[in-house]
Write a protein that binds this ligand. Sequence first.
Ligand code: ADP
Ligand code: ASP
Ligand code: MG
Length: 440
Amino acid sequence: MIVMKFGGSSVESAEAIERVANIVIDRRHQRPIVVVSAMGKTTNRLLEIASLAVNGQRSQALDQLQALQDYHHQHADPYGAKPVIQEHFQELAELVRGLAILGELTPRSIDAITSFGERLSSRIVAVAIGAKHIDSRHVIVTDERHTMAAPLYPETNEKLAATAWGDITVMGGFIAATRAGVTTTLGRGGSDFTASIVGAGIGASEIQIWTDVDGMLTCDPTVLPGGRRVKSMSFAEAAELAYFGAKVLHPATVLPAVEKNIPVLILNSRRPHVAGTRITAEGPSTPSVAKSIACKKNITLVNIQSSRMLMAHGFLRRIFEVFDRHETPVDMVATSEVSVSLTIDNAAKMDQIAAELRNFAEVEIEQQQAIVCLVGDNIRWQKGVAARVFGALSGINIRMISQGASLRNLGFVVAQADLRQAVESLHSEFFTEVDPEVFE
Ligand code: ADP
Ligand code: ASP
Ligand code: MG
């Protein structure tokens, strides 16, 4: 069996759904389990509707809900999904009215509302293909951390093993339920993660992530177009790229695949004949130093300097306790004796964090920063990589440098305004002449 995951843009219209149906039916001899995201930008639109509803804009919320329903009818009625859509939007409208009365949006109600995207798209795609439908909330069991729930593998795997799969089965990505049956979601972009949970759980021979690009490219196409397709890479490389911002793969996707050693493929649903990127344990053997450059925008850089004497012990512990208390993950860290620089992705709690840090340190906060990260298994073996990197970036002000313990990545922080220039310079240094076995 194989798992085939199709992202939002791959199911955004009637034509897109038809492409998906053809791709899946071509592979029916492999008994595919098809994991789909919500159609197009549905998840964002549902979040917008929820926030209008709780902010006293009930009629705007209901108007937008109607527009979202029209969009679903327009593209899915031709497949015979009209009754399914009507039924779901009736329930959604009740939920939105309820939110408008309560005037409060909890993580649990966010999950209730966003789950409709995948509940609908999976029913629609199942009808379009003529496949069996499974409600993911009956097979993926998570903890109760709404909006970013983590799977409980023993329960989930037991349910997956007990499921009667069809010749072709369709299920929604992103959505799951607690042991008590309350709807949860796995975090934004989480459909990739669903695919790998299912793939590992059933021992699939392959996990295919079908999206809107030809595979993992040598740079983020939203920052610098024209990157090359990487034909193959290792799980470790893919995991670091995902973690440092390559949105094409959700960062949690790799782990379940690693544990069962299942190849992960990234493929383009608009160009299914392209071989995509194949991600395996070993990765290719190649002299190339790097596989790709990942970027993360809208990063906050925090510089913290001890206001006490030199070498006071416990300084780092106190700093990290503050971030921990505010449940704010720290991405990159660089330290010297009396100062620490670090980056955070989610600055929602920055004011409280800064206030607490200022009890024992001087704090400087810089917004609008970006992380650029060169990733490749060979970075650890090859001499002179840092010199090449710094040579390429000589015209750019680098705010912070970090080399992960894996030695598989070299990361920097630059001002967001310098991001494109930094990526362009690094890309021409490392990807102008490439190993044709590994890069297109
Ligand atoms: P889906 O809806 O199919 O899950 P996503 O938008 O989540 O698609 O991921 C695909 C997008 O990831 C691409 O359109 C591209 O803009 C972005 N991306 C970022 N970095 C990379 C990269 N290194 N290679 C390919 N795509 C990347
Ligand atoms: N629909 C969800 C999102 O937009 C999950 C996904 O697409 O992977 O975040
Ligand atoms: Mg995605």
